[in-house]
Design a protein around this ligand. Structure first.
Ligand code: NAP
Length: 148
């Protein structure tokens, strides 16, 4: 069977020690994980794991990039995110996706609504300014929106 890619995710420091990523970092595995898929959004940005992964060329892929099914409206209603979105005439979901892309995260939002899917793919004709990126960066609180 051809292998197209290898990814991993880390939920806690104890699981981190057992992960494929940790095995690669310890020299116990030879295939570098292409992505580290962890919960990531403006309230929980995973800067530490992202920086550590980047040292070996592994890219952070956001799970729950919009906050997840239960909590996306928490992020959509955030005043900073909604103001940035309004200033570009786009939806909060589109502003969030641009923030992920511009901060270097792989972002694959989930949706079962064809209009939302089209909207989420339509993020290539605007760009967040540096001060807008900084204002969203400043929303980091360490608040997770999911627990598994
Ligand atoms: N590794 C893991 O354990 C793990 C865990 C969770 C998720 N993931 C991955 O992360 C990705 C996304 O996860 P997710 O779908 O759970 O969370 P998400 O992308 O953060 O949020 C999905 C929610 O956003 C809504 N939404 C999407 N676009 C919208 C728009 N333009 N306007 C309004 N609402 C919008 C969707 O509702 P509608 O359906 O109504 O559009 C849905 O309720 C998936 O690829 C998933 O596989 C991985």
């Amino acid at each position: 069977m051809p292998i197209l890619g290898l990814g991993t995710y880390i939920l806690s420091s104890s699981q981190a020690e057992e992960s494929v990523y940790a095995a690669f970092m310890a020299g116990m595995a030879s295939i570098k994980p292409a992505v580290l898929q962890n919960e990531t959004h403006p309230y929980y940005q995973e800067r530490g794991p992202k920086a550590a992964a980047a040292e070996s060329g592994t890219v952070l892929e956001s799970w729950f990039p919009l906050g997840g099914k239960q909590d996306c409206h928490t992020l959509f209603a955030d005043s900073v995110i909604s103001e940035v979105a309004a200033s570009h005439g786009v939806s909060p979901a589109q502003a969030l996706i641009r923030w992920h892309l511009q901060t270097g995260n792989v972002c694959i939002p989930g949706s079962s609504n064809p209009d939302h899917i089209r909207e989420d793919a339509n993020v290539w004709d605007f760009e967040l300014a540096a001060d807008e990126m900084e204002s969203i960066d400043a929303l980091e609180t360490g608040r997770r929106l999911a627990w598994y």
